[in-house]
Design a protein around this ligand. Structure first.
Ligand SMILES: CC(=O)[C@@H](O)[C@H](O)COP(=O)(O)O
Ligand SMILES: NCC(=O)COP(=O)(O)O
Length: 237
């Protein structure tokens, strides 16, 4: 069973564009869960250009499914996550000025740093996941950090699949198989969509969770959020 976690960054982007509280991200999270979302993901960035640190606190009492907070574990992020105590934290090595996440961790180079922060989150009862490219040595490196899960960075797959190149799934299947063997849980995300999700899920053994935001919100503009969430759940069955 693969859980659908709805990333609500884009709802905050829309809200922030006018400086008011429309749409309200807390209400949106409540409704997304009512429509079937099995988790809510946010990715607060240090410049708070979409999700604000205060949103992470405000969402805590209403997320009754799985609460996943993603981000680069700089000090302010560490403090936030340790206060909010979500179900899961996903560590992403995104630069402050990056438009969106654009690479996985070098788990070999950052082994000692990742090991320390992962230990601290786990000590506080928070499950950990680290964002990685589908590269076998990076999966082995992830295992060595003590993380509970990895999140496969799916941008390359999504791009190639859109061009008709289905073989682009291979490194992801291989990485998931290795992760399964090593006892690491497998999540995935970035640029997943109604077009590519079913093929991705069918080729990834034991895919535990996908977090989807950008395409899901864009698709909802035409099809409606309740309908789109149900369409994803159907394809993830
Ligand atoms: C970690 C990841 O893959 C990103 O997709 C991210 O969570 C989305 O962030 P933005 O909404 O800021 O692009
Ligand atoms: N972890 C990936 C995520 O939360 C959403 O990514 P995207 O669907 O907005 O590309």
């Amino acid at each position: 069973m693969t859980k659908l976690s709805v990333n609500i960054n884009k709802i905050a982007t829309l809200r922030n564009s006018r400086g008011g509280d429309l749409p309200n991200v807390v209400q949106f999270a409540k409704d997304a869960q009512r429509f079937g979302a099995e988790g809510i993901t946010i990715h607060p960035r240090p410049d708070e250009r979409h999700i604000r640190y205060q949103d992470a606190h405000d969402l805590k009492p209403v997320v009754f499914t799985e609460y996943n907070i993603e981000g680069n574990p700089v000090t302010s992020f560490l403090d936030l996550v340790l206060k909010v105590k979500p179900t899961q934290v996903t560590l992403v090595p995104d630069a402050e000025d990056a438009i969106t996440s654009n690479a996985g961790w070098d788990t070999l180079k950052h082994k000692s740093f990742l090991t320390d922060v992962i230990k601290e989150f786990q000590r506080n009862g928070i499950r950990t996941s680290i964002f990685v490219d589908p590269v076998l040595k990076q999966i082995e490196g992830a295992k060595a950090t003590g993380t509970d899960r990895i999140e496969l960075y799916t941008e390359a797959f999504a791009h190639q699949y859109g061009l008709g190149n289905k073989a682009a799934i291979k490194p992801y299947t291989d990485s998931a198989e290795l992760a399964n063997t090593l006892g690491l849980g497998v999540n995935a995300g970035h640029d997943l969509s109604l077009d590519n999700i079913q093929f991705f899920k069918e080729n990834i053994p034991n895919l535990l969770e996908v977090s989807i935001g950008h395409a899901l919100i864009a698709e909802s503009l035409y099809l409606g959020i309740e309908n789109v969430i149900q369409m994803y759940l159907h394809k993830l069955k």
